[in-house]
Design a protein around this ligand. Sequence first.
Ligand SMILES: NC(=O)c1ccc[n+]([C@@H]2O[C@H](COP(=O)([O-])OP(=O)(O)OC[C@H]3O[C@@H](n4cnc5c(N)ncnc54)[C@H](OP(=O)(O)O)[C@@H]3O)[C@@H](O)[C@H]2O)c1
Length: 305
Amino acid sequence: MKAIVVTGQAAATAGMKLVERPEPQAAINDVVVQVHASGFVPTELAWPSTWTDRRGRDRTPSIIGHELAGVVIALGYGTTGLSVGQRVFGLADWHRDGTLTEYVAMEARNLAPLPGDIDFTEGASLPISGLTAWQGLFQHGRLQPGQSVLAHGAAGAVGSMVTQLARQAGAYVIGTGRAADRQKALDFGAKEFVDLDNDALEDVGGVDLVLDVIGGDIQKRSARLIRAGGTLVSIVGPTEARPVDGLAIDFVVESDRAQLGEIVQRVRDGRLRTNIGTVATLDDAVAAFNPTERRAGKTIIHVRP
Ligand SMILES: NC(=O)c1ccc[n+]([C@@H]2O[C@H](COP(=O)([O-])OP(=O)(O)OC[C@H]3O[C@@H](n4cnc5c(N)ncnc54)[C@H](OP(=O)(O)O)[C@@H]3O)[C@@H](O)[C@H]2O)c1
């Protein structure tokens, strides 16, 4: 089968290669999924799980990409809850070969049924951005109605989900990003927008929750805006910035069947819009993940035509 692999951290996304690999076998509690569409986040390449297994042993060349939508074609020993022929979507284990390929073996519990009225491309765009936003806001951020949320990168893949989910939960959302993203962020539900290149972030005043997708100096400055008891949640590396009197949390998204079900239901009933910018084939995936110009929205790889 065709697969996109990486062999060394230094090469980053430019080091991705399209290769031939043997098809995987289903282990206990696994399924094998025929991948129809797949996504990828660049931070994967910075996480140890891309390079080693759970015992710390080198597992390169590693198949990257960990979100997918597809069809179950085989069940492992003792696997329950899913059946052969079922449409599914979900998030594969970070320590195992991933989803930028034609077939993946993964634990059934990391998948949820994909309703027939959601296409595979949409389904593959939801696990990482949807679950990250959900877990950042509701699990780690403990968002309450009436609170204010600073949603960085609000026109991006995660930020647009954060903006929509926070707004629906009764929060006041202040989005940030590039000047060109203002209208997109407002359309996703932000009440205000801060152009980080030209506006003063500090003019925002106090907020209860910061959802950071940028890091560095923006993260540090955002921490100072947090009201007493508020939280800074980061998804881009160790949180150095501490709110004066609140929590700082850095996390990596994990799969959750119930949350995937909630997210896809919101897409079905029109409460959540996906944010897909580019769709490419597996043959063109390396170029798609190394764009020469700025790309808005999420890149999804259509594995099966
Ligand atoms: N920890 C986790 O579990 C987890 C999960 C998902 C994603 N991530 C990571 O989180 C980050 C965001 O992911 P994503 O998929 O949402 O990416 P994305 O679609 O590229 O969205 C990020 C948005 O933020 C904007 N942005 C970034 N830096 C900025 C700056 N300095 N000033 C103004 N705007 C800025 C980007 O604009 P430009 O494109 O112009 O820079 C883009 O609109 C990535 O690094 C990703 O790898 C981590």
